[in-house]
Design a protein around this ligand. Structure first.
Ligand code: HEM
Length: 365
């Protein structure tokens, strides 16, 4: 039987033979080109691990009934994704040791290759739940169609398109999370209960009332301090209340999805509002972890854009996009929109509607 060794276990002979670029010959590379290749390959390895962790997290959460003790596993896998992305952000420093002029020495031979074609990054976005319709157009074309048109006659291209197509068939983390949030007991009521829709409506109406009361007392304090309330301030309060209503009643979601979206959002609001309840301890940590992971992805996008600006300025990308301008716009993508939106409308603890059925959350009051 062959002896197991470090080099055989890690397949170092194969791994270390892959840094020769398109020529497959390290001696033919420009002085900084291997640096460029290795940094990209290191990122792709981290993306590979992130995808695995993300799928593990999603699988736990996509169970028809998620046992309480499984939630820490979801948090664990997602935290690993976040930590990897943090490290990846730091790795841009290594890339930045490439000077603008040294990059120009070999940049043109990359055309039309580009990080845009990182199919693992696309899979990551798709598995998190970024929708096709939310994507920015890419140099005037649909970005995924553009990728498809490039993925023609090379094994790498075929693999890229296959992986993207397969990822689109999978349940995303967002879809699994929404299914789970839909089932969150709201004021002790669950979707399978006969009066659930009424219980959710009552909770939301109580919430709007509390918000109005809080705003009224804020306005009173302003009036005392400033002597008057301008139309502008009045309008901002009214807009805030209208926004909360529109969001929580899911008026932005067309039928027939609206009532489902409304219940999902009520679940998010409930978990975020009654955070101290023992039974909501892990759910709220899970929501924090999801927001943290997305925040880190946004930071990754912004950091990548700054590095690109430093190295190539504002010229167009080798893949044909407008470059930094395009990259900065991608930093506006938000996948878990409900989790971000709810932050705008949270109330302080002492202004919350009274909790009903506290015993349902492991808390006797
Ligand atoms: C000298 C270093 C780099 C430069 C100048 C650069 C430049 C660019 C530019 C201009 C784009 C926009 C697409 C295009 O028109 O080509 C882009 C996209 C991208 N790059 Fe880089 N990049 C660099 C390093 C990296 C590294 C180290 C990674 C790590 C994997 C990376 C990953 C990506 C990804 C994933 C995209 C797609 C962004 C999106 O469409 O959301 N880039 N890059």
């Amino acid at each position: 039987m062959a002896t197991n060794t470090y080099w055989d276990y890690l397949k170092l002979d194969r791994l270390l033979a892959l840094q020769g670029g398109i020529e497959g010959d390290e001696t033919a590379l420009m002085p900084d080109e291997q640096h460029f290749i290795i940094v990209h390959q290191a990122f792709e390895l981290w993306f590979k691990l992130s995808l695995r962790e993300l799928r593990l997290a999603r699988d736990h959460l996509a169970e028809p009934r998620v046992p309480e003790e499984k939630i820490p596993y979801v948090v664990h896998h997602l935290r690993r994704v976040t930590t990897i992305l943090e490290l990846a952000v730091d790795q841009f420093k290594v890339m930045e040791t490439l000077t603008p002029q040294d990059f120009l020495a070999f940049r043109d031979k990359l055309i039309p290759a580009s990080g845009f074609q990182s199919f693992q990054m696309r899979e990551l976005e798709i598995l998190l739940g970024l929708e096709d319709a939310a994507r920015l157009d890419y140099g005037g074309t649909d970005p995924l169609e553009h990728l498809k048109s490039l993925a023609v006659d090379s094994p790498g291209g075929k693999l890229a398109w296959q992986r993207i197509t397969d990822a689109r068939q999978e349940t995303s983390l967002k879809a699994a999370l929404e299914e789970w949030l839909y089932r969150t007991p709201v004021q002790g009521s669950s979707p399978e209960d006969a009066n659930d829709a009424q219980a959710v409506d009552n909770f939301l109406e109580d919430y709007f009332r509390k918000m109005q009361q809080l705003n009224a007392s804020k306005k009173e304090r302003m009036l005392e301090a400033l002597g008057k309330i301008t139309d502008g301030i009045e309008r901002q309060f009214a807009d805030g209340e209208a926004y909360a209503r529109r969001f929580l009643l899911a008026e932005d979601v067309p039928e027939p999805e609206r009532s489902r979206a409304k219940r999902v959002r009520a679940g998010v609001l409930f978990v975020e509002s009654y955070r101290e309840l023992p039974l909501l301890a892990w759910p709220r940590l899970l929501l924090d972890t999801v927001v943290e992971a997305e925040e880190q992805l946004v930071i990754w996008r912004s950091r990548h854009a700054r590095m690109v600006e430093r190295i190539i300025g504002r010229r167009i990308g080798t893949g044909g996009s407008s470059g930094v301008d395009y990259l900065d716009r991608t930093a506006r993508y938000r996948i878990f929109t409900d989790l971000w939106a709810v932050r705008t409308i949270l109330l302080p603890r002492d202004s919350l509607p009274e909790l009903r059925q506290p015993e349902a959350y492991g808390f006797a009051r």
